[in-house]
Design a protein around this ligand. Structure first.
Ligand code: HEM
Length: 76
Protein backbone atom coordinates (compact mmCIF):
# COMPACT_ATOMS: atom_id res chain seq x y z
CA UNK A 1 0.00 0.00 0.00
CA UNK A 2 1.81 3.15 -1.16
CA UNK A 3 -0.56 5.77 0.29
CA UNK A 4 0.74 6.97 3.69
CA UNK A 5 -2.13 6.54 6.14
CA UNK A 6 -0.26 6.29 9.46
CA UNK A 7 1.77 9.43 10.12
CA UNK A 8 1.87 9.14 13.89
CA UNK A 9 0.50 7.26 16.87
CA UNK A 10 0.16 10.50 18.82
CA UNK A 11 -3.39 11.79 19.29
CA UNK A 12 -4.88 14.76 21.13
CA UNK A 13 -7.05 12.74 23.47
CA UNK A 14 -8.17 9.24 24.41
CA UNK A 15 -11.21 9.24 22.15
CA UNK A 16 -9.10 10.08 19.11
CA UNK A 17 -6.73 7.36 20.28
CA UNK A 18 -9.55 4.86 20.30
CA UNK A 19 -10.56 5.93 16.81
CA UNK A 20 -6.97 5.41 15.68
CA UNK A 21 -7.08 1.92 17.23
CA UNK A 22 -10.21 1.23 15.15
CA UNK A 23 -8.39 2.42 12.04
CA UNK A 24 -5.35 0.24 12.78
CA UNK A 25 -7.62 -2.76 13.29
CA UNK A 26 -9.51 -2.22 10.06
CA UNK A 27 -6.33 -1.60 8.13
CA UNK A 28 -4.96 -4.86 9.50
CA UNK A 29 -7.88 -6.64 7.88
CA UNK A 30 -7.41 -4.68 4.66
CA UNK A 31 -3.72 -5.58 4.38
CA UNK A 32 -4.57 -9.19 5.17
CA UNK A 33 -7.36 -9.37 2.60
CA UNK A 34 -6.76 -6.68 -0.06
CA UNK A 35 -9.80 -7.62 -2.16
CA UNK A 36 -12.72 -5.19 -1.60
CA UNK A 37 -14.96 -7.79 -3.12
CA UNK A 38 -13.95 -10.57 -0.72
CA UNK A 39 -14.17 -8.27 2.31
CA UNK A 40 -17.60 -7.16 1.15
CA UNK A 41 -18.76 -10.76 0.95
CA UNK A 42 -17.42 -11.57 4.43
CA UNK A 43 -18.96 -8.48 6.02
CA UNK A 44 -22.46 -9.97 6.05
CA UNK A 45 -21.32 -13.05 7.97
CA UNK A 46 -19.33 -11.25 10.67
CA UNK A 47 -21.63 -8.26 11.25
CA UNK A 48 -24.33 -10.40 12.87
CA UNK A 49 -22.08 -12.89 14.62
CA UNK A 50 -21.52 -12.12 18.30
CA UNK A 51 -18.28 -14.10 18.53
CA UNK A 52 -16.82 -12.34 15.47
CA UNK A 53 -17.77 -8.96 16.92
CA UNK A 54 -16.18 -9.84 20.26
CA UNK A 55 -13.03 -11.00 18.41
CA UNK A 56 -12.98 -7.70 16.47
CA UNK A 57 -13.38 -5.75 19.70
CA UNK A 58 -10.44 -7.63 21.16
CA UNK A 59 -8.22 -6.61 18.23
CA UNK A 60 -9.29 -3.00 18.75
CA UNK A 61 -8.55 -3.28 22.49
CA UNK A 62 -5.04 -4.59 21.80
CA UNK A 63 -4.34 -1.76 19.36
CA UNK A 64 -5.75 0.74 21.86
CA UNK A 65 -3.22 -0.48 24.44
CA UNK A 66 -0.43 0.36 22.02
CA UNK A 67 -1.82 3.77 21.14
CA UNK A 68 -2.48 4.62 24.80
CA UNK A 69 1.07 3.65 25.79
CA UNK A 70 2.50 5.72 22.91
CA UNK A 71 0.56 8.72 24.24
CA UNK A 72 1.57 8.15 27.87
CA UNK A 73 -2.13 7.53 28.64
CA UNK A 74 -2.95 11.20 27.86
CA UNK A 75 -1.76 12.05 31.37
CA UNK A 76 -0.39 15.54 30.99
C1 HEM B 1 -17.42 -2.23 8.10
C2 HEM B 1 -14.64 -2.59 12.02
C3 HEM B 1 -13.16 -6.92 10.50
C4 HEM B 1 -15.18 -6.08 6.22
C5 HEM B 1 -16.88 -2.02 9.35
C6 HEM B 1 -17.26 -0.96 10.25
C7 HEM B 1 -16.47 -1.04 11.32
C8 HEM B 1 -15.59 -2.17 11.15
C9 HEM B 1 -16.46 -0.10 12.53
C10 HEM B 1 -18.41 0.04 10.02
C11 HEM B 1 -17.97 1.23 9.25
C12 HEM B 1 -19.13 2.22 9.08
O1 HEM B 1 -20.21 1.80 8.69
O2 HEM B 1 -18.90 3.39 9.36
C13 HEM B 1 -13.96 -3.79 11.93
C14 HEM B 1 -13.01 -4.29 12.90
C15 HEM B 1 -12.60 -5.51 12.47
C16 HEM B 1 -13.29 -5.78 11.22
C17 HEM B 1 -12.58 -3.52 14.15
C18 HEM B 1 -11.61 -6.49 13.05
C19 HEM B 1 -10.54 -6.13 13.73
C20 HEM B 1 -13.61 -7.10 9.22
C21 HEM B 1 -13.40 -8.28 8.42
C22 HEM B 1 -13.95 -8.03 7.21
C23 HEM B 1 -14.53 -6.70 7.25
C24 HEM B 1 -12.66 -9.54 8.90
C25 HEM B 1 -13.99 -8.91 6.00
C26 HEM B 1 -12.95 -9.63 5.62
C27 HEM B 1 -15.92 -4.94 6.36
C28 HEM B 1 -16.70 -4.34 5.28
C29 HEM B 1 -17.36 -3.26 5.82
C30 HEM B 1 -16.98 -3.18 7.22
C31 HEM B 1 -16.73 -4.82 3.84
C32 HEM B 1 -18.34 -2.32 5.12
C33 HEM B 1 -17.64 -1.37 4.21
C34 HEM B 1 -16.80 -0.37 4.93
O3 HEM B 1 -17.36 0.42 5.74
O4 HEM B 1 -15.56 -0.31 4.70
N1 HEM B 1 -15.89 -2.74 9.93
N2 HEM B 1 -14.10 -4.72 10.94
N3 HEM B 1 -14.31 -6.18 8.49
N4 HEM B 1 -16.12 -4.20 7.50
FE1 HEM B 1 -15.15 -4.51 9.23
Amino acid sequence: MSHMWLESLITENAQQGFELAMKLSRMGVKYTQPSDEVRGKLRSSYEENADSLIASSQVVAINFQTVAAANNYWRS
